[in-house]
Design a protein around this ligand. Structure first.
Ligand code: ATR
Length: 281
């Protein structure tokens, strides 16, 4: 980089935001690629989000990540949305481009790229995925699975109505949370998007012995890295993918939008983040 390169600023905005790992990730890449810039964590309460962003844009910020509780509200503050943000109904990344606010959602990319990187042999096309949970993360997971051409998504959630709201295409079948053990037999891919199994949360109660040995198991929880679900799956011979890669890969397209470099996920970065692992993005 030359001395004339502009100093680029970006930030994660949340409420609270102190536990976000995004500053560690993006500042690691700024250093790795020897760029002139900085990535901050900024706490803005929901009722001040519009004004807060306005002020930061006038200070020259190149863009933002949004975390809890802003991802849905941020859609309304964008001039345009990419297809993923529109379909998921949430914005996790904003790029300021020629004064326009471009809203993006990189969570589906993060989820799919994590599996493709960790298990390159796994074939999404035509498979049956069983998704546990129907919160914000599940929306992105489902969008990613549909883009990859899965044949069927079996979706269940403790609160059935929330799952039903996500059943927007015929490939998605909703079933009762109580039936989650019995439906395992149909799955080629099992995904936990609930907070069950996270440090401080109850474990996920699942009769995993009913899952076929061919099935790949992944958890979006990454604290602990090897959740009870993943440990049980490994013990009975199923392939697994941990959740940390989703966090790291979702950050890549955002970094590229602001800093112009598509960054790599390296073992050093993974180690840095796991050393301070915490459930919040
Ligand atoms: P995120 O944005 O990370 O998906 P969320 O929107 O709060 O977080 O969603 C949390 C998910 O974990 C939901 O599917 C939630 O189920 P409900 O919709 O019924 O609340 C699920 N979850 C949390 N605690 C649970 C529990 N004790 N048993 C079953 N599901 C639980």
């Amino acid at each position: 980089m030359t001395g004339t390169t502009a100093f680029i600023k970006a930030a994660v905005i949340g409420h609270p935001v102190a536990h976000s790992k995004s500053p560690l990730i993006h500042n690691h890449w700024i250093n790795q690629y020897r760029l002139a810039g900085h990535y901050d964590a900024i706490d803005i309460p929901p009722d001040q989000l519009a004004n807060g962003i306005e002020g930061l844009i006038s200070e020259g910020y190149a863009g933002f990540n949004f975390t809890i509780p802003h991802k849905e509200r941020a859609c309304d503050l964008c001039d345009e949305l990419d297809e993923a943000a529109r379909l998921i109904g949430a914005v996790n990344t904003m790029q300021i481009k020629e004064g326009r606010r471009i809203g993006m959602n990189t969570d589906a990319f993060g989820f799919i790229t994590n599996i493709k990187t960790a298990r390159p042999g796994f074939i999404f096309t035509g498979c049956t995925a069983l998704v546990l949970g129907a919160g914000g993360a599940a929306r992105a997971v489902i969008q990613g699975l549909l883009e990859e051409g899965v044949a069927k998504i079996l979706l269940t959630n403790r609160t059935r109505e929330k799952a039903e709201m996500l059943a927007t295409v015929p490939q998605i079948e909703i079933f009762d949370w109580e039936d989650r053990h019995d439906r395992l037999g149909e799955a080629d891919l099992l995904i936990n998007t609930t907070s069950l199994g996270m440090s401080g949360q109850p474990v996920l109660d699942l009769r995993l012995a009913l899952l076929p040995k061919r099935a790949l198991v992944t958890d979006i929880v990454y604290a602990p890295l090897h959740t009870d679900l993943l440990k049980k799956a490994e013990t009975q011979g199923n392939q697994t993918v941990t959740g940390i890669g989703m966090l790291l890969h979702q950050a890549r397209p955002a970094f590229q939008a602001w800093f112009g470099v598509m960054p790599d996920v390296t073992p050093a970065l993974e180690k840095l983040i796991l050393g301070t692992a915490d459930p919040a993005l």
